[in-house]
Ligand binder design. Structure first.
Ligand code: PAF
Length: 291
């Protein structure tokens, strides 16, 4: 695997490749979930000669003023070893002033209906930061396919929408969330958890699975029923000492609430997903489960 730090070198390297790469953008501090995305990318271009490119860039634009930009772990040497082991061909790891040599004045602002709900409601500007850096990375890497984890469900949906609306010639593929044997969704932020918090963090997947089971077993779903489950999960999180931002059961396609008619028509016609974000101690975790 080659590690490349500048745009010029990356462009020169990619110009040699027989076809456009598969791309996995990350912020580093990698875990098995990221490595699964690399393997998935490898499989998507198998036999084509396309390289697999990963990027590591902690993108200041997507962090709010009170978020963890400064303490976000930078573990480049270890990440590079893991990527090489997972079959990555090129690691692009630009310094901040390589990607943003001047303040990024041009931004990609996603539509309000997609970006101001759920994560966007609690992290103003987050999806503008994500879309701006991913659009820029897409221009640099020019991949034919890009893989993003379903762990960041709304991010995947917003980026798919950006690619479609901007007519970018890139296929966006979602990768399944990897979980610990007990069910904790792998996340770079799990490293912030104490042992006790890590054990307590399993509450999230338990609540998500509970809603999934109830939804699949229900004879008829109604907006009121979903609201009851959301309220019960929020109450349980609060009672256990969490500060929950949301627990919401939404349509998979656009993460808006399903209408009563859609719910009556059933899960096949309108697949749902439950999304949760909650803070335990100083750490904010997100998770989701398709219903
Ligand atoms: O999911 C992430 O790690 C980041 O949001 C991404 C897509 C690499 C953009 O900085």
């Amino acid at each position: 695997m080659k590690t490349i730090h500048t745009l010029a070198e990356l462009r020169a390297e990619l110009a040699q490749a027989p076809s456009r790469p598969a791309f996995v953008p990350t912020m580093g501090n990698l875990h098995d979930g990221h490595l699964a995305l690399i393997r998935q990318a490898r499989g998507l271009v198998a036999g084509s000669g396309s390289p697999v490119v990963a990027s590591i860039f902690v993108n200041r634009l997507q962090f709010g003023p009170n978020e963890d930009f400064d303490r976000y772990p930078r573990t480049l040497a270890r990440d590079a070893e893991l990527l090489a082991g997972a079959g990555c061909d090129i690691l692009f790891a630009p310094a901040e002033d390589e990607l943003y040599p001047e303040p990024q004045g041009y931004k990609v602002i996603p539509p309000e209906g997609l970006a101001n709900i759920l994560e966007g409601a609690f992290r103003p500007g987050f999806f503008t930061g994500v879309c701006t850096v991913v659009h820029k990375l897409f221009n640099i890497v020019q991949p034919r396919v890009a893989v993003f984890g379903k762990k960041d469900y709304q991010q995947l949906m917003v980026l798919r929408n950006m690619v479609a609306q901007m007519a970018l010639p890139i296929e966006v593929v979602g990768g399944e969330t990897l979980r610990s044997p007990e069910g904790l969704a792998l996340s770079s932020r799990n490293g912030y958890l104490s042992d006790a918090e890590r054990a307590e963090a399993l509450t999230l997947v338990r609540l998500l699975r509970g809603i999934q089971t109830q939804a699949r077993a229900a004879e008829v779903l109604t907006p009121g029923l979903l609201q009851q489950w959301e309220d019960a999960a929020m109450a349980e999180l609060r009672q256990r000492g969490w500060a929950p931002d949301y627990v919401m059961v939404r349509r998979q396609k656009d993460l808006h609430p399903a209408t009563a008619e859609e719910l009556t028509a059933g899960l096949q016609a309108t697949p749902l997903v439950t999304l949760v974000a909650a803070r335990i101690g100083h750490t904010r975790l997100i998770d989701n489960l398709e219903v």
